[in-house]
Design a protein around this ligand. Structure first.
Ligand code: UDP
Length: 237
């Protein structure tokens, strides 16, 4: 596989990867290791936007399943993503990487609001921009937030760092014949309901021609490998 020539990427990390080997919350050592990978990517000359989920702390659906009002629970989930963004900002700054957090829910004591032109300027100045609080509306996910920010920031690709090493035609944990795709098109993902990102995020990437690169962020060095066109991954395009 030849190395893809990305200049600007959006890296989406699910909240779960921040747990490391814990069952809940933020494993600061693991976040520090992730920050090291992000720094290496940035040092290679890339412009980097980050979106981090909140599933390691709170998911709206889980709250709603226990009787909470769904929108209320979703706002709690969005706040969880802000906590993760601040944890990542702290880890990156310890490594000397300049960062800004921009939240879709304004909270000016802790971070900036999402302002596209300002984010653009941060990237030009070599800062990593971490977008928090998804799209800022309930009934969405951070995957949709990632697709939206990737589109408005004109990213060359959306890299989804997760705990599986790509997209399979069936659940590999249940079906031993499950096969991983090297590449798969957006419409197959949508028609076959493949577990990549939620449908609205996939559709937004399709409509804006943004490839989605799915890979495991759990193995150290994998982000660099994927950026070099090596390592196990699936490209949705
Ligand atoms: N959320 C939301 N709107 C958004 C982004 C997130 O309501 O635009 C809420 C939703 O409840 C979601 C939670 O925040 O479950 C955490 O985000 P997500 O589940 O996407 O995190 P991940 O699975 O990536 O860790």
């Amino acid at each position: 596989m030849t190395a893809p020539a990305y200049k600007r990427i959006l890296l989406k990390l699910s909240g779960e990867v921040l747990m490391g080997n814990q069952q809940f919350g933020i494993d600061t050592e693991f976040v520090a290791a992730l920050a090291g990978e992000v720094k290496a990517a940035k040092d290679s000359g890339l412009e980097l936007c980050l979106v981090i989920g909140g599933g390691n702390i709170f998911r709206g659906m889980a709250g709603a399943a226990k009787g909470m009002d769904r929108a209320q629970a979703d706002y709690m989930g969005m706040l969880a993503t802000v906590m993760n963004a601040l944890a990542m900002q702290s880890a990156l700054e310890r490594l000397g990487v300049p960062t800004r957090v921009q939240s879709a829910i304004e909270m000016d004591k802790v971070c900036e609001p999402v302002i596209r032109r300002r984010a653009e300027r941060h990237l030009e100045k070599g800062r990593v921009v971490i977008f928090a609080a998804g799209v800022g509306a309930p009934y969405f996910t951070t995957d949709s937030g990632a697709a939206l920010r990737a589109a408005e920031m004109k990213c060359d690709a959306l890299l989804k760092g997760t705990s599986v090493d790509g997209v399979y035609n069936a659940d590999p944990k249940k079906d031993p014949t499950a096969r991983r795709y090297d590449t798969v098109d957006y419409d197959t993902v949508l028609a076959d309901n493949l577990q990549v990102m939620d449908a609205s995020a996939v559709a937004l990437c399709r409509d804006n021609n943004i490839p989605i690169v799915v890979f495991s962020i759990r193995e150290q060095g994998n982000l660099a490998r994927v950026l070099a066109g090596e390592g196990t991954q699936t490209i949705v395009k």
